[in-house]
Design a protein around this ligand. Structure first.
Ligand SMILES: [Zn+2]
Length: 273
């Protein structure tokens, strides 16, 4: 999955120091991130390569290199560099570059939407001690936006329920998914989302793994569960275009290594889940 970058090390350490020329410069513009083209692969640029050190905010470390969000990124990519759309980061290599780039994109999106206090309107300021924005007037503390959500693999003997979204850029097979609502446990969310999207009851819920999915500000929690009762699908057409029961032999081999959904489908296909 996209976060599985070992032996590379990602460190979320909070730091307020200013940037220097040899620090990593993460430049975000309109759903794209500036990367250095290295043959078929990419690298993260440093300030000295793409832009004079300007107003920037420390985000994290990758392999001991400090990565900064650039406040005023270059309008055009310099020669040898490219503004890469976020969607491509699912397949960009090496994977630690893709993971750092999309994680920074989530922070960039959050900082861009937390400029003013939602309670009193004052300009927010970065905290001195932790990843947060603080109101100097009323004291409100805004933490990064992370939305918990579930991914659900509904199984029925040799079959897995797969879906296609009605109106999202991702066109491949997906699993049932949805955000946790206030007052719900993860298991409540699993049962509610399956009922809402396909009208089915489930039992024997089993937690699998979780995944930070910065493309949508989400923390995904994957569950397997078994169908309880009738297998007839009643589709929520606002969310889904189609839903089918596929046997292990009918499930396509894994193509996308980035997502928890793809790993869960592959584990079932191989009879390992
Ligand atoms: Zn305030």
């Amino acid at each position: 999955m996209i976060q599985d970058i070992a032996p590379h090390r990602f460190d979320r350490r909070y730091d307020t120091r200013p940037a220097a020329g040899d620090d990593i410069a993460l430049c975000y513009r309109k759903g794209t991130v500036l990367l250095k083209v290295v043959g078929e692969e990419y690298a993260l640029p440093c300030f000295d390569e793409v832009i004079p050190v300007n107003d920037a905010r420390h985000l994290f470390e990758l392999d001991g290199n400090d990565c900064f969000m650039v406040m005023n990124p270059p309008a055009e990519a310099p020669e040898g560099f490219r503004y890469v759309p976020y969607m491509e980061l699912r397949t960009v290599r090496p994977q630690e570059v893709a993971f750092a780039a999309i994680t920074g994109a989530q922070l960039h999106r959050w900082y861009g939407s937390r400029k003013y206090c939602g309670r009193c309107g004052q300009k927010l300021q970065p905290s001195d001690i932790e990843r947060a924005m603080v109101c100097p007037d009323c004291g409100i503390i805004e933490y990064p936006k992370i939305c918990p959500a579930v991914i659900v693999a509904v199984t029925h003997g040799d079959k897995l329920l797969v879906t296609r979204y009605a109106d999202r850029p991702f066109r491949g097979w997906a699993l049932i998914a949805g955000f946790v609502e206030i007052g719900e446990t993860l298991e409540d969310t699993v049962r509610r989302e399956v009922m809402e999207e396909v009208g089915l009851k489930v039992k024997n819920l089993r937690y699998y793994k979780n995944q930070p999915w910065s493309f949508t500000d989400t923390l995904l929690c994957g569950f397997y569960c078994e169908l309880e009762g009738d297998e007839t699908v009643t589709l929520d057409t606002a969310e889904l275009k189609e839903a089918h029961w596929l046997s292990r032999a009918e499930i396509p081999p894994r193509q996308n290594e980035a997502s928890l959904t793809a790993e869960m489908m592959e584990m079932f296909r191989l009879g390992l889940a």
